[in-house]
Design a protein around this ligand. Structure first.
Ligand SMILES: [Zn+2]
Length: 555
């Protein structure tokens, strides 16, 4: 028999929540005392007096290792319902500008880093927020920051990943002077038509991302994946849903999988479909996703599979690219969506007909409405269609989400009050009152899947749950602002959404997401008090994947 481990004297979380019938604010948790795992599977969860547990104890240390949890909690391994594996891995190796307050901070931080890293061919940075550069970002702001005299390209990701800001050497290296405009993309120019060095939305997706992917070798991409998986094990994840899979990441994943057999992370991926000049080019991407899903699916490779297509239908509030039903409050602008219903229809219909799942990004309330229209008309509710983000929504559309059984794929870390300081000015107070209406999503019976959208936000699942349940800041815990507290999730509900809910969203609930006999032994041991206010102090002690320990905290 395979080696077994018996965990005793613990609080083994029994979710007891089925997706779509959400637990509500006040459901108390249910815990078992013991869990027995054998090989890669959970064999029994229950009381110490259960016959299976007594038999395991009696078997002796040669057959069963006993682990005394001393009151610690075991949760199912977390599954990030929305993240970007390659971007996270690459970001972990980029200079973080997240703590900068203004342009001067950004310039000093880059100058120091450039001096300290003379061997790097280019300076890659992350974490720039538009509020740090209220006068707009320009290439010339970055042109004198390389003390080594190499005048290297500098490429800076915005924190939301919807824009890249390059210096003049970066513009040259990217070849951006040759670029033509793309639908729904912005190549920012001054009044004379000169490039400013900032590329947003589809221009970023179409030109900059593939460039960065190309200049990274397969080995560098593999290192990025490994760095991301390690960071995920450390915070308690055993599964992810990648929300923008592309050729470069897929090639690296497949190479790594062939080399090592397992990545120790259950990966389900949505293929990113970008807007193209012709419908034919757009549809070619859908066909590619269908082709890959035929080869890599739940039967052939359950731990690394293509499950659907993802379309980014609008931008974000901070860049004023989210599409709203009323104009932006500060400038009266009305944004147009990146995709119209007519453009989405063939994509959603073809992918649905081929058995793929559909994930549509919608942040502004006008886009939320359009996405609900499209999903209810053209997607198959049996295939668990989903909407990503849903940051500003109208009540009537939330009700339609519930009726259409559309998965609400939410990232509480995006509702952190520390990053919403510009919202009242951009949206007006009245619309801020409709921000991140998670309670309504749960109450109308939309299945919930919790995600982090890393690397656009911190990926820790317990921090994510803290924000979702307290509606307070994880980034700046001392901040006392509470964002629309009446929209908070309950603690059991949020934990379930980050485990069982995320598994359900990708048809994996029959083997992961809940601690029960017959399921995979994917779980996390946490030293925690079961109180939302105490989640910031909770500590991940160990992470287990497929019955093996993949992370242990330093004592
Ligand atoms: Zn995302």
């Amino acid at each position: 028999m395979a080696p077994a481990t018996l965990f005793v004297n613990g609080k083994i979380f029994l979710s007891g929540v089925s997706p779509g019938t959400n637990a509500g604010l006040h459901r108390p948790p249910t815990f078992a005392e013991c869990m027995l795992i054998r090989g890669s599977q959970i064999e029994h969860v229950g009381l110490s007096s259960d016959a299976a547990i007594e038999a395991a104890r009696a078997a002796g240390p040669d057959e069963v290792t006993v682990c005394d949890l001393q009151g610690k909690t075991i949760l199912p391994g977390f599954i990030d319902g929305h993240m970007h594996l390659m971007l996270l891995g690459q970001a972990l190796n980029k200079l973080d500008l997240g703590r900068c307050k203004n342009l001067e901070d950004i310039r000093n931080t880059i100058r120091e880093y450039a001096a300290a890293n003379p061997h790097l061919p280019r300076i890659l940075c992350r974490g720039w927020m538009h509020i740090m550069t209220p006068d707009g970002a320009k290439a010339s702001d970055l042109d004198d920051l390389d003390p080594t005299g190499q005048n290297r390209p500098i490429l800076i990701d915005s924190k939301d990943l919807h824009s890249t800001w390059a210096n003049t050497a970066g513009i040259e290296e990217l070849g951006a002077r040759e670029w033509t405009d793309v639908p729904a993309g912005i190549i920012h120019r001054d009044e004379q038509g000169n490039l400013l060095g900032v590329f947003s939305e589809a221009a970023n997706l179409t030109y900059v991302w593939p460039y960065i992917a190309r200049v990274a070798s397969v080995e560098e991409r593999i290192e990025a994946i490994k760095a991301a998986v390690k960071a995920y094990h450390e915070t308690g994840y055993t599964g992810i849903i990648d929300m923008a899979m592309d050729e470069g990441s897929w090639e690296a994943l497949q190479t790594l999988l062939k080399r090592e057999g397992s990545i120790q992370m259950r990966i389900a991926a949505y293929w990113l479909v970008k807007p193209c000049k012709t419908e034919e080019e757009t549809m070619a991407q859908v066909e590619r996703a269908i082709e890959l899903a035929k080869l890599h699916n739940a039967e052939t490779s359950p731990d690394c599979r293509i499950i659907g297509v993802k379309v980014i239908c609008d931008g974000i509030v901070d860049a004023c690219t989210a599409v709203l039903s009323e104009p932006y409050a500060h400038n009266g602008h009305v944004e147009l969506p990146l995709w119209t219903e007519n453009q989405l229809r063939p994509v959603v219909k073809r992918a649905t007909e081929a058995g793929l799942q559909i994930a549509l990004h919608a942040i502004g309330d006008a886009t939320v409405k359009m996405v609900v229209d499209v999903l209810t008309k053209y997607a198959d509710p049996e295939k668990r269609p989903r909407m990503e983000h849903i940051e500003v929504s109208r009540k009537e559309d939330v009700e339609r989400m519930g009726k259409g059984r559309i998965t609400a794929s939410i990232q509480p870390v995006h509702s952190d009050p520390a990053i919403l300081k510009a919202w009242p000015r951009l949206l007006g107070e009245h619309r801020c009152g409709r921000a991140f209406a998670y309670r309504e999503f749960a109450d109308v019976g939309a299945p919930l899947a919790l995600g982090s959208d890393a690397p656009t936000a911190p990926h820790t699942p317990l921090g994510n749950i803290y924000v979702g349940t307290t509606r307070r800041s994880y980034r700046e815990p001392e901040l006392e602002t509470v964002v629309n507290p009446h929209f908070a999730l309950g603690l059991c509900e949020a934990v379930a959404a980050g485990t069982e809910g995320a598994a359900y969203s990708c048809f994996d609930e029959h083997r992961i997401g809940v601690l029960k006999a017959g399921h995979k032994a994917d779980f996390v041991i946490v030293d925690m008090e079961w109180k939302k206010e105490k989640l910031m102090q909770a500590k991940v002690i160990e992470t287990w994947y497929d019955g093996a320990k993949v992370y242990a905290a330093q004592e």
